[in-house]
Design a protein around this ligand. Structure first.
Ligand SMILES: NC(=O)c1ccc[n+]([C@@H]2O[C@H](COP(=O)([O-])OP(=O)(O)OC[C@H]3O[C@@H](n4cnc5c(N)ncnc54)[C@H](O)[C@@H]3O)[C@@H](O)[C@H]2O)c1
Length: 419
């Protein structure tokens, strides 16, 4: 394919926006999103996901990046990269609606020779079995693999991680044929200084991503189970992990609440496929169950240790540290369980000030005194404020440090608990 590459990135969230901005250093990029609100904010230079700084976004917008919510604006593009969400339904089944919808949008502007690449996390086979038929519902009867072509390149970006950024990490890329592979290799080589790994085919690339996240989920689930055992034994899982880590091949996973829309979701895509293939995904689903139960395990310990209805300062609402993302955050399960036990909670998160969650600004906590402080998410902000946080506790109050990140900063005067 020698003709000029005109690239559209569809879905400008945590994955799509950094991709569009980074690629715009080498190509003219049109970023498309169905959310007018998101487009309007981005045009003002505001990225609510905090992945792209205002200056960088504005500079890209002045050069090669344009943004739209009108599909007519992408009709001249010949490469479409879809980075839309792949959530799960209420009964934990893959929800392909956003992917199917983006395919329907692309199908309206699809032309002979175009390439459609998916970056959303799916199960092996989804690009060819679910996306291609939607794309083929185009008015010109263009067929996948004959008239237009498919690619898949999983995204590994890790929100809040300023080290493993998309311009540095190795990227797995796949295409429907060798010509497509060549085009995609060229494009993605401009994105990252890391290596481009050409997967054997699209299914292999899809499988590679969904097993990465499922493996992480299972490994954390194992350590969460160990944390429960240690808790009964009255020893600290962190002391155990420190000792075990002295072995050369011990894997350094930590216990914690597994939320968000990747690690806690993607294993359901894999298990869904596994069930379709008549293979009982015992390990995958057992890991999910263990991790989903953790917030209730933690809340019940807090409740038991407090003995009576208590005033609790609850710190950290997002699904992990230093990101503003509340989706599928397990803090909510802990909070709801504590509320059901009639405790009185004041909530705080440095990234979230939305009234609907009743979150208090840190300064407004004032000089209130609490029976307990729960640090659910160890944001950098709390590390800086730890001396002040300790002062919120009444004498003999308890600090519940779910992730055990403040262990070294706690003096003997405070009763302390961590996983
Ligand atoms: N966030 C991560 O850390 C991460 C990492 C690796 C892979 N992924 C995967 O990447 C995909 C995207 O995740 P994300 O975190 O960027 O999601 P996101 O929710 O942050 O962003 C998705 C964007 O797509 C838009 N959108 C939804 N439907 C659309 C449509 N039909 N057409 C155009 N735009 C549409 C939304 O308005 C939103 O702005 C998911 O499959 C996810 O599993 C995410």
């Amino acid at each position: 394919m020698t003709k000029e590459k005109k690239i559209a990135v569809l879905g400008l969230g945590y994955v799509g926006l950094p991709l569009a901005v980074e690629l715009s250093s080498s190509y003219k990029i049109i970023g498309f999103d169905i959310s007018l609100g998101r487009i309007s904010q981005l045009l003002k230079g505001i990225d609510e996901t905090l992945e792209i700084k205002k200056k960088k976004l504005q500079s890209a917008l002045k050069k090669n990046l344009s943004l739209t919510n009108n599909y007519n604006d992408i009709s001249n593009c010949n490469i479409f990269i879809a980075t839309v969400p792949t959530p799960i339904t209420g009964n934990k089944k893959p929800n392909f609606n956003p992917l199917k919808e983006v395919c329907r949008i692309i199908s309206k502007v699809l032309k002979t020779g175009d390439i459609v690449v998916f970056e959303s996390t799916v199960f092996p086979g989804a690009t060819e079995d679910i996306c291609a038929p939607e794309l083929e519902k185009n008015k010109n009867y263009l067929k996948s693999g004959k008239d237009f072509f498919l690619g898949y390149s999983p995204e590994r970006v890790n929100p809040g991680d300023k080290f493993h950024t998309i311009d540095k990490i190795d990227k797995v890329v796949s295409g429907q044929n060798s010509k497509v592979e060549k085009v995609l290799k060229e494009i993605y080589s401009k994105l990252t200084r890391g290596k481009i790994f050409m997967a054997k085919n699209i299914k292999v690339a899809e499988a590679s991503k969904v097993i990465e996240n499922s493996q992480r989920d299972i490994n954390i689930a194992f350590i969460n189970e160990i944390a429960k055992i240690c808790n009964k034994l009255n020893i600290s899982v962190y002391d155990v992990l420190k000792a075990s880590s002295t072995k050369w091949n011990f894997l350094p996973f930590q216990p914690g609440l597994v939320g968000g829309h990747c690690i806690g979701v993607d294993p359901y895509y894999l298990s869904h496929k596994s069930i379709e293939l008549n293979i009982d995904p015992k390990v995958i689903l057992s890991g999910r169950k263990t991790n989903d139960e953790m917030p209730f395990f933690v809340a019940n310990i807090i409740n038991k240790k407090l003995k009576k209805k208590s005033k609790i300062l609850f710190l950290g609402m997002t699904f992990k540290e230093d990101v503003p993302d509340l989706r599928n955050s397990k803090s909510f399960d802990v909070i709801e369980t504590l509320k059901k036990k009639k405790h009185n909670l004041v909530l705080h998160d440095p990234f979230v000030f939305e009234k609907k969650y009743g979150i208090t600004e840190f300064e407004k906590i004032g000089n209130k005194i609490f029976d307990a402080v729960v640090i659910a998410v160890p944001h950098k902000f709390y590390h800086k404020q730890i001396s002040k946080i300790k002062l919120f506790l009444k004498p003999m109050g308890i600090l519940f440090d779910i992730r055990g990140k403040f262990r070294s900063k706690i003096d003997k005067k405070i009763e302390y608990w961590s996983l």
